[in-house]
Write a protein that binds this ligand. Structure first.
Ligand code: XIL
Length: 360
């Protein structure tokens, strides 16, 4: 057999891998001066396709559940950093930055804390110690933290929670002073970490996003250590208000705060077998990824776009919507890139650049 014949498959494979290489999201993002990230789960790091895709495509990783109270503090005197450490180490090995999620949230709390009947002052001590311990443990390894998650409700009011008013950490009578306190404690524990307020359904212009905006503007003006706002971007209705989202990203970044898209997914209506009810939704989903990523990439100050997982095989959406919606991510169940991947990739490639690679 002629040598060229033997080498033909190799040449083809090389050409193909060249193409694939050129498509890596992380290279495109780096080129555009933004980060492209995903939530990840430590227990899946044993799956070869999972880790290969994660390392190949992303330069930002956020533990989906492994840094939450319930995971880190399963019992009052137990601290478990193991799953978080595994993800942070994976990120280091693959030159990815890490977002930490999250230090203060009304959900995903361990039972001992929810049922503990603590006084305000005991809770305050518990929260302070938690923030100091967790942020301290990851000092220099986690570059940005969601310090406070989902503290505001759809009417723009502070949401009832163990931290705010049931019983609260003793700051509730001062409005959002308890939020500010968490930011100060996080800053003390790692003065170099970027600190974010993160929320859902506050992406476009609304009563809720007005309230988030007013709060972070006030904090920033008074010198509270806050550096950005996370817009979760869980999309359930395939009709996002792109103009509102663009305007909101713009007004937050104009304050001198960064915006991160932190938890994007686009849930499709699915049948009992998990297949999209309307095949055209797959195209709509891709367009939504493209438009949202474009809104971020083309606004200076919007520095990261992150999805809530990357393969439809592992997403919270099926269970959250009781099986009614699914397939929300950019890789399918077999790790093949979907049209949504192309949408995101196209936005990273074609949107106007707004800076060099981020070093924040
Ligand atoms: C979700 C996880 O994806 C699930 O695995 C877990 O069971 C519950 O929490 N907003 C947030 C995330 O800030 O932490 C949530 O993550 C999804 C909604």
């Amino acid at each position: 057999m002629k040598i060229s014949k033997i080498l033909a498959p190799v040449a083809l494979a090389t050409a193909l891998s060249g193409l694939l290489f050129a498509q890596r999201l992380r290279d495109e993002a780096q080129h555009r001066g933004v980060l492209v990230g995903t939530a990840a789960r430590a227990y899946l790091l044993s799956e070869q396709q999972y880790t290969a895709t994660l390392a190949r495509e992303y330069n930002l990783l956020e533990p989906e559940n492994d840094l939450k109270w319930q995971t880190i503090h399963p019992a009052k005197d137990t601290v478990d950093f193991l799953p978080g450490d595994q993800l942070v180490e994976f990120a280091r090995l693959h030159e990815m930055k890490v977002r930490g999620h999250c230090l203060m949230w009304g959900h995903y709390l361990p039972q001992w804390l929810e049922d503990g009947h603590f006084t305000a002052s005991e809770l305050r001590t518990l929260l302070h110690e938690h923030i100091a311990k967790v942020v301290g443990h990851y000092k220099g390894r986690i570059y940005a933290w969601d310090v406070v998650n989902e503290a505001i409700d759809e009417k723009g009011q502070l949401r009832s929670s163990i931290w705010y008013d049931t019983p609260g950490i003793g700051e509730a009578r001062h409005g959002n002073a308890y939020i500010e306190q968490a930011f100060r404690w996080a800053h003390e524990a790692d003065p170099d970490a970027l600190l974010f307020y993160n929320d859902a359904e506050a992406e476009g212009m609304s009563r809720k996003s007005d309230s988030v905006y007013a709060m972070v503007r006030d904090m920033k003006r008074r010198g509270v250590p806050i550096h950005g706002v996370g817009l979760q971007m869980h999309i359930f209705d395939l009709k996002p208000d792109f103009n509102g989202i663009e305007a909101n990203i713009r007004r937050i970044t104009t304050l001198g705060l960064q915006v991160h898209i932190t938890e994007m997914d686009v849930a499709l209506p699915v049948d009992g077998g998990g297949k999209p009810r309307d095949p055209a939704d797959v195209q709509r989903q891709a367009e939504i990824y493209r438009r949202i990523a474009t809104a971020c990439v083309s606004t200076p100050g919007c520095t990261a776009i992150q999805t809530w997982g990357f393969t439809d095989r592992y997403s919270w959406i099926r269970s959250w919507t009781k099986g009614r919606q699914g397939n929300p991510l950019i890789f399918d169940h077999e790790y093949a890139p979907k049209l949504a991947y192309k949408g995101l990739s196209q936005a990273l490639r074609d949107s106007p650049a707004h800076g060099s690679a981020p070093n924040q």
